[in-house]
Design a protein. Structure first.
Length: 171
Protein backbone atom coordinates (compact mmCIF):
# COMPACT_ATOMS: atom_id res chain seq x y z
CA UNK A 1 0.00 0.00 0.00
CA UNK A 2 1.46 3.33 -1.07
CA UNK A 3 1.54 6.50 0.99
CA UNK A 4 -1.14 8.13 -1.20
CA UNK A 5 -3.61 5.27 -0.78
CA UNK A 6 -2.98 5.27 2.98
CA UNK A 7 -3.78 8.99 3.15
CA UNK A 8 -6.86 8.51 0.96
CA UNK A 9 -8.03 5.73 3.27
CA UNK A 10 -7.47 7.94 6.31
CA UNK A 11 -9.28 10.88 4.67
CA UNK A 12 -12.21 8.61 3.75
CA UNK A 13 -12.45 7.25 7.31
CA UNK A 14 -12.23 10.76 8.78
CA UNK A 15 -14.98 11.99 6.44
CA UNK A 16 -17.19 9.10 7.56
CA UNK A 17 -16.66 9.99 11.24
CA UNK A 18 -17.41 13.66 10.53
CA UNK A 19 -20.56 12.69 8.62
CA UNK A 20 -21.77 10.43 11.43
CA UNK A 21 -21.17 13.15 14.02
CA UNK A 22 -23.00 15.68 11.85
CA UNK A 23 -25.99 13.35 11.61
CA UNK A 24 -26.03 12.74 15.37
CA UNK A 25 -25.91 16.53 15.92
CA UNK A 26 -28.76 16.95 13.40
CA UNK A 27 -30.99 14.50 15.29
CA UNK A 28 -30.17 16.13 18.64
CA UNK A 29 -30.64 19.67 17.31
CA UNK A 30 -34.02 18.71 15.86
CA UNK A 31 -35.19 17.18 19.17
CA UNK A 32 -34.13 20.27 21.15
CA UNK A 33 -35.78 22.60 18.62
CA UNK A 34 -39.11 20.75 18.73
CA UNK A 35 -39.11 20.65 22.54
CA UNK A 36 -38.57 24.40 22.88
CA UNK A 37 -40.57 25.65 19.90
CA UNK A 38 -37.66 26.74 17.71
CA UNK A 39 -39.68 26.44 14.52
CA UNK A 40 -36.91 27.77 12.26
CA UNK A 41 -34.34 25.21 13.43
CA UNK A 42 -36.96 22.43 13.38
CA UNK A 43 -37.84 23.25 9.78
CA UNK A 44 -34.19 23.66 8.73
CA UNK A 45 -33.53 20.11 9.95
CA UNK A 46 -35.59 18.80 7.00
CA UNK A 47 -35.21 18.95 3.22
CA UNK A 48 -37.69 21.01 1.18
CA UNK A 49 -39.48 17.85 0.04
CA UNK A 50 -39.32 16.03 3.39
CA UNK A 51 -42.00 13.73 4.73
CA UNK A 52 -42.84 12.85 8.34
CA UNK A 53 -45.08 9.92 9.17
CA UNK A 54 -46.02 8.73 12.64
CA UNK A 55 -47.44 5.25 13.07
CA UNK A 56 -48.55 3.17 16.06
CA UNK A 57 -46.79 -0.19 15.81
CA UNK A 58 -49.52 -2.17 17.59
CA UNK A 59 -52.37 -0.98 15.36
CA UNK A 60 -50.52 0.11 12.23
CA UNK A 61 -52.57 3.33 12.42
CA UNK A 62 -50.91 6.43 10.97
CA UNK A 63 -51.42 9.46 13.23
CA UNK A 64 -49.06 11.95 11.57
CA UNK A 65 -48.62 12.47 7.84
CA UNK A 66 -46.85 15.58 6.55
CA UNK A 67 -45.14 16.29 3.24
CA UNK A 68 -43.09 19.32 2.25
CA UNK A 69 -41.98 22.47 4.04
CA UNK A 70 -45.44 24.06 4.27
CA UNK A 71 -47.02 21.09 6.06
CA UNK A 72 -43.96 20.64 8.28
CA UNK A 73 -43.98 24.36 9.16
CA UNK A 74 -47.63 24.08 10.25
CA UNK A 75 -46.83 20.92 12.24
CA UNK A 76 -43.99 22.64 14.11
CA UNK A 77 -46.04 25.81 14.67
CA UNK A 78 -48.86 23.82 16.26
CA UNK A 79 -46.63 21.44 18.24
CA UNK A 80 -46.74 21.65 22.03
CA UNK A 81 -43.72 23.32 23.64
CA UNK A 82 -42.36 24.87 26.78
CA UNK A 83 -43.68 26.54 28.88
CA UNK A 84 -47.22 25.26 28.09
CA UNK A 85 -46.04 21.67 28.09
CA UNK A 86 -42.50 20.60 28.87
CA UNK A 87 -41.32 17.55 26.97
CA UNK A 88 -38.01 16.00 26.12
CA UNK A 89 -37.45 13.82 23.08
CA UNK A 90 -34.52 11.61 24.07
CA UNK A 91 -32.88 10.17 20.96
CA UNK A 92 -30.41 7.36 21.66
CA UNK A 93 -28.73 4.23 20.33
CA UNK A 94 -28.43 5.79 16.89
CA UNK A 95 -27.42 3.47 14.07
CA UNK A 96 -26.25 5.23 10.90
CA UNK A 97 -25.56 3.84 7.43
CA UNK A 98 -23.87 6.36 5.11
CA UNK A 99 -23.91 5.90 1.34
CA UNK A 100 -22.14 8.91 -0.16
CA UNK A 101 -24.47 11.89 0.19
CA UNK A 102 -27.37 9.75 1.44
CA UNK A 103 -27.75 8.04 4.79
CA UNK A 104 -30.23 6.05 6.83
CA UNK A 105 -30.53 6.11 10.57
CA UNK A 106 -32.52 4.26 13.15
CA UNK A 107 -32.73 5.54 16.70
CA UNK A 108 -34.67 4.92 19.85
CA UNK A 109 -36.81 7.84 20.98
CA UNK A 110 -38.37 8.31 24.39
CA UNK A 111 -40.68 11.17 25.28
CA UNK A 112 -40.83 12.49 28.84
CA UNK A 113 -43.53 15.11 29.54
CA UNK A 114 -44.62 17.44 32.30
CA UNK A 115 -47.11 20.27 32.47
CA UNK A 116 -46.32 23.31 34.62
CA UNK A 117 -46.38 22.14 38.25
CA UNK A 118 -46.91 18.46 37.42
CA UNK A 119 -44.60 15.51 37.85
CA UNK A 120 -42.75 14.22 34.78
CA UNK A 121 -44.19 11.13 33.15
CA UNK A 122 -43.28 8.84 30.30
CA UNK A 123 -45.26 10.04 27.29
CA UNK A 124 -44.20 7.20 25.03
CA UNK A 125 -41.34 5.53 23.24
CA UNK A 126 -40.44 3.98 19.92
CA UNK A 127 -38.03 4.46 17.05
CA UNK A 128 -37.24 7.03 14.40
CA UNK A 129 -36.32 5.67 10.98
CA UNK A 130 -34.81 8.51 8.98
CA UNK A 131 -33.57 8.91 5.44
CA UNK A 132 -31.03 11.72 5.47
CA UNK A 133 -29.47 13.68 2.63
CA UNK A 134 -26.42 15.93 2.35
CA UNK A 135 -27.78 19.11 0.76
CA UNK A 136 -26.11 21.54 -1.65
CA UNK A 137 -24.89 23.68 1.29
CA UNK A 138 -23.07 20.63 2.72
CA UNK A 139 -25.52 20.22 5.64
CA UNK A 140 -27.25 16.93 6.38
CA UNK A 141 -31.05 17.15 6.57
CA UNK A 142 -33.83 14.65 7.13
CA UNK A 143 -35.58 13.73 3.86
CA UNK A 144 -38.09 11.36 5.45
CA UNK A 145 -38.94 10.33 8.98
CA UNK A 146 -41.02 7.40 10.11
CA UNK A 147 -41.78 7.65 13.82
CA UNK A 148 -42.82 4.22 15.03
CA UNK A 149 -44.60 4.55 18.37
CA UNK A 150 -44.36 1.31 20.33
CA UNK A 151 -45.93 2.57 23.57
CA UNK A 152 -48.00 5.69 24.25
CA UNK A 153 -49.38 7.13 27.46
CA UNK A 154 -53.00 8.22 26.83
CA UNK A 155 -52.69 10.73 29.69
CA UNK A 156 -50.02 12.52 27.67
CA UNK A 157 -52.35 12.75 24.70
CA UNK A 158 -55.00 14.50 26.79
CA UNK A 159 -52.43 16.81 28.42
CA UNK A 160 -50.98 17.62 24.99
CA UNK A 161 -54.43 18.36 23.56
CA UNK A 162 -55.21 20.76 26.43
CA UNK A 163 -51.80 22.45 26.33
CA UNK A 164 -51.77 22.71 22.53
CA UNK A 165 -54.91 24.84 22.69
CA UNK A 166 -53.23 27.07 25.30
CA UNK A 167 -50.15 27.42 23.09
CA UNK A 168 -52.12 28.21 19.94
CA UNK A 169 -54.31 30.73 21.77
CA UNK A 170 -51.20 32.60 22.97
CA UNK A 171 -49.46 32.55 19.52
Amino acid sequence: MGEDSGLENLASRLQRVEDELSIVRLLSRCAHAVDYGDEETSLDSFTDDATWQGRHVSTGKTFIQHSGKDQLAEFFRAHTRAPHLYHKHFVADISIDIRGDDASSSAYVMLVVSGPGSLPALGGFGRYHDEIRRCADGEWRIASRLAEVEAWNPLYEELARTRRHMHLASS
